[in-house]
Design a protein around this ligand. Structure first.
Ligand code: PEP
Length: 251
């Protein structure tokens, strides 16, 4: 298998005011060369903070990303933000298809697919989220649900450079629950096989993140699972101490 540099991405969700720049300064200050070598590091703040954090991050190893984008470049879409706007504000990537977007805004795979293509159009990396609900896992459908989401949310033309996949079981997000290492291994193997068969070498090299209640205490175990190439972290990305503690698991 290919050697893949992991990505640790933090999703601040709808959290963060201008005062949160202080926490971001702490992250930057705590980022030793060893930590920075061990993974690519990204924070996805609310869109209002992207310009400020991108300025602070300039010249450091930290990347800044968006949490969502509209499929169109511009136009009559009140309240929406385009991928081009995120890029202009200093983002290098954008999360698409997060389960909170799928649930709160009724976004299906077709919408997510269009958003991923919008990200590429703007020169951003698309971080495409997939994951089953608790009921789907209990019904033994977790793998087939995620395969369907991958097939339909990830556009043709995905490469290891323009796309990252995040497996986030819905029931593990913000709950403190995590799947067993064995369940994560099974899912990531199924995703790897799917992507490698569809995208060949690009699919074999694409980063597959695990997300859902990753904390400093469980990061080492989860990151050691084969085909896990990093994490997407919500709650524990809000504090420099927690986020850097997770990064410790990579070095
Ligand atoms: C997320 O929302 O992407 C996430 C993984 O959240 P948490 O780490 O808080 O479970």
């Amino acid at each position: 298998s290919v050697k893949i540099k992991p990505l640790l991405a933090g999703n601040w969700k709808m959290n963060g005011l201008r005062t949160s720049q202080a926490e971001f300064h702490k992250m930057k200050a705590g980022l030793t060369d060893t930590l920075a070598d061990s993974a690519n590091i990204m924070i996805c703040p609310p869109a209002t903070l992207i310009p400020a954090l991108a300025d602070i991050a300039a010249g450091s190893a930290i990347l800044v990303g968006g949490q969502d984008c509209h499929g169109e470049k511009s136009g009559a879409h009140t309240g929406d933000i385009s991928a081009e706007m995120l890029k202009d504000a200093g983002a290098t990537a954008v999360i698409v298809g997060h389960s909170e977007r799928r649930t709160d805004h009724g976004e299906g795979d077709g919408v997510v697919n269009a958003k991923a293509q919008a990200a590429w159009r703007a020169g951003l990396v698309a971080i495409v989220c997939v994951g089953e609900t608790e009921a789907e896992r209990k019904a033994g459908q977790a793998v087939s649900i995620v395969q369907g989401q991958l097939n339909n949310s990830v556009p043709d033309g995905a490469t290891a450079e323009n796309t990252v996949i995040a497996y986030e079981p819905v029931w593990a997000i913000g709950t403190g629950l995590t799947p067993t290492a064995q369940d994560v291994e099974e899912m990531h193997k199924a995703m790897r096989d799917n992507l490698a068969s569809r995208f060949s070498d690009a699919g074999a090299a694409m980063r597959l993140l695990y997300g859902g209640s990753v904390k400093p205490a469980n990061a080492a175990e989860l990151m050691a699972v084969s085909n896990v190439n990093g994490a997407l972290v919500g709650g524990a990305s809000l504090k420099a101490e927690d986020f850097l503690g997770i990064l410790d698991a990579y070095s």
